[in-house]
Ligand binder design. Sequence first.
Ligand SMILES: [Zn+2]
Ligand SMILES: [Zn+2]
Length: 267
Amino acid sequence: MELRFWGVRGSVAVPGPSTLEYGGNTSCVELKGGGDVILFDGGTGLRAAGLDIAARRASRVHLFLTHFHWDHIQGIPFFAPLFDAANHVTIYSSAYSAPLRESLEGSMKTPYSPIRFDEFSSKVDFVDLGTGAVNLAGVSVQPFEVHHPQGACAYRVEGGGARFIYAPDREHGDARLDSLFLQHARGATALVISSQYTPEEYETHRGWGHSTWLESARVAREAGVQSLVLFHHDPSHSDDVLRRIEADARREFADTFLAKEGWAFEL
Ligand SMILES: [Zn+2]
Ligand SMILES: [Zn+2]
């Protein structure tokens, strides 16, 4: 299986000359290797993913949302597969954030969008996973709660002999949820995790819902994961800053990578 990164940025899209290397689009990751299309989060990276999916003529799509902050849903109105009646798109969320259907329909109400959610031509299903897992042709996707303002989940995904954690928005420091996180992450093949801040920046961003590269490296070590993928980069971090973070993080955890838009990572 392979992870394809369509959007790696947190908070807001930041295209421009200082983000050319790592990319400016917000959260969207695809798991490739199964039969159907499986995507995690619908940030602005979802637009390019949709064009690729349409070009591949894939018609069955599963989109797992961690929560409903803009940087995780803003690509949905521009997702090409939703405009084709031949397609079937299922959107999932968990019990750890707001109600799925109402939240998405609300985000496209007048005057926020020229089209309503119920005007998409594809078949659209909404599945609130609650606290349970779903199995899609050999891939199991299990949500679990993470510490984030207004609630969010991370996903533990297993299939093809690999297991990865997708946790774009998660702050450390809540004892119960930190322990739950470790439990799910233990021995994972890859940990894709919120690493928005440097330890210095975190001092003035406590409670904003994100962690640091240093805390993520500590979790990776404690959980004994194979690879650490730093994700949800701060919009203020240029390519130069991100290159420095990658070098610093590798001194703490050798198998560290910074997620990059367009990058494919073999699990
Ligand atoms: Zn976010
Ligand atoms: Zn968030």
